[in-house]
Design a protein around this ligand. Structure first.
Ligand SMILES: *[C@@H]1O[C@H](CO)[C@@H](O)[C@H](O)[C@H]1NC(C)=O
Ligand SMILES: *[C@@H]1O[C@H](CO)[C@@H](O)[C@H](O)[C@H]1NC(C)=O
Ligand SMILES: *[C@@H]1O[C@H](CO)[C@@H](O)[C@H](O)[C@H]1NC(C)=O
Length: 427
């Protein structure tokens, strides 16, 4: 009986999407918005059919938080979110977000947070007050800045290009590290009138950080300490089937997308949106196949997280990751021998020189992480010249490190301690 209803609902979902797509062609974003709105209708229908499984207040909160944007979320919980806009040297216009210390506590310190793949600044607020990293830092007196990567929902503008053009999407996380991060960091240092700041990166936010500091080593001076949450650089032990699909070893999607000139846009987003009509179990399984099993996420958090991610990204970001899985190296994009010779002067792409990343690093990584596998994180640690400390977290997968209910105890409170210890010794 229930199965029939679910099948019915899902059919309605697909029919509506396909129907609307035919009726309303045009930019893929319009299409995605549409899927998202249909998702909400599907969710409501499922609730009517199945009844509500959690208590009403929780449900109201999670629905709200799934739909509210970053400004509205901060406002709801009493943390005004400032929006600033920067333009990179190659023309991308990126909105970044800031939450200042609350109450009268200020420690006069600036922290910059950089999100992971297919995420945005939203990610740092989703667990809510007392739990989400942005709020925890603000409560402790920090001036909190949250960056965004070109192409995500807060960064779909360019001085010349249009996101509907393929050229807009010709970038990987190398460009995010070479252009977006330096622009944002310089902007933040300028506005706050500081010489350096604390950097907290998650997943791709760490990849881009290591690109920046190896190719533009002058940025080591601007970072007091780097907190690497589930860092991704070496990838030969990746267990995530989704990322493996993009590894040229299996010669599947990566080459297909690159060679056949498909728009390098939001392939993953539409895929996840299609699979995840916010029906808890299906989504959870899908997510697990990407990030690792045995999640510590609360079922309640799932709709909130999925209301905000995945956001758009360039498919080339995933292709570049796939290349690292195959090569086992942390290196620049592989265009093929001929174009490599043109671009780099060598047949194979050069490694990012991690010896140049001299900033002190504190690393956090999880036992069940299928993306930042512990063996690969150990390789990264062995290449970084200045490891301040590392923390292995039993049972955590890739998402747990920022979304688990216990992340505050196991990760954030430790970050606060490292910072206060450092401030005591340097002042
Ligand atoms: C959030 O939504 C409000 C109301 O629609 C809008 O004014 C605001 O600019 C939005 N903020 C972001 C970051 O999109
Ligand atoms: C720093 O800020 C000042 C004043 O807001 C501005 O004039 C200047 O161009 C900024 N410099 C950089 C490098 O952004
Ligand atoms: C990497 O950087 C270090 C420190 O600047 C330098 O000594 C070394 O030669 C570099 N390695 C390569 C392969 O360029």
């Amino acid at each position: 009986m229930r199965t029939t209803y679910v099948l019915f609902v899902i059919s309605v979902f697909y029919v509506s999407v396909i129907h609307a797509a035919i009726l309303k062609p045009g930019p893929r974003y319009g299409f995605l918005d549409l899927i998202q709105s249909v998702n909400h209708i599907v969710q409501d229908t499922i609730d009517i059919v199945f009844g509500e499984t959690e208590d009403d207040q929780d449900l109201v909160t999670s629905y709200d938080d799934a739909i509210l944007n970053i400004t509205q979320l901060g406002q709801k919980y009493g943390y005004p979110v400032e929006e600033h806009s920067v333009t990179t040297d190659d023309g991308y216009v990126i909105d970044i977000h800031r939450i200042r210390h609350t109450k009268d506590v200020t420690n006069n310190l600036v922290v910059f947070l950089m999100h992971g793949f297919v995420e945005s600044s939203d990610s740092w607020l989703l667990q809510g007050p007392g739990k989400a990293l942005a709020y925890v830092l603000a409560d402790n007196g920090f001036d909190v800045w949250m960056g965004n990567a070109r192409g995500n929902k807060h960064a779909q503008k360019h001085v010349i290009l249009d996101p509907k053009q393929k050229d807009f999407w010709e970038f990987t996380w190398e460009e995010i590290g070479l252009h977006d991060l330096p622009t944002m960091i310089d902007y933040v240092l300028n506005v706050t009138n500081k010489e350096n700041l604390y950097f907290i990166g998650y997943s791709q936010g760490t990849t881009s950080f290591y690109v920046m500091n190896s190719l533009k080593p002058e940025y080591n001076e601007k970072i007091k300490m780097m907190f690497a949450l589930a860092p991704v650089a070496f990838m030969s032990h990746v267990r995530s089937p989704l990322i493996k699909m993009f590894s040229p070893a299996t010669n599947l999607l990566g080459n297909f997308l690159v060679n056949y000139d498909l728009p390098n846009t939001d392939f993953l987003t539409s895929m996840t949106d299609t699979f995840c009509s916010k029906i808890g179990f299906a989504c959870k399984n899908m997510l697990h196949s990407i990030v690792g099993q045995d999640s510590n996420l609360l079922t309640k958090s799932l709709p909130i997280i999925l209301g905000h991610m995945p956001t758009t990204s360039s498919t080339l970001q995933l292709v570049h990751y796939g290349q690292l899985v195959r090569s086992g190296r942390f290196c620049q994009f592989d265009f093929g021998e001929e174009k490599n010779r043109e671009t780099y002067g060598t047949e194979s792409p050069p490694d990012y020189n991690l010896t140049k990343v001299t900033v002190p690093n504190v690393v956090f990584f999880g036992e069940n992480d299928w993306v930042a596998d512990p063996a690969d994180v150990e390789t990264l640690i062995s290449h970084l010249p200045h490891i301040h400390d590392s923390n292995f977290i039993k049972g955590f997968n890739h998402l747990d490190i920022i979304y688990a209910d216990t992340a505050n105890d196991l990760v954030y409170s430790k970050i606060l301690k490292y910072i206060s210890d450092l401030e005591v010794t340097t002042n």
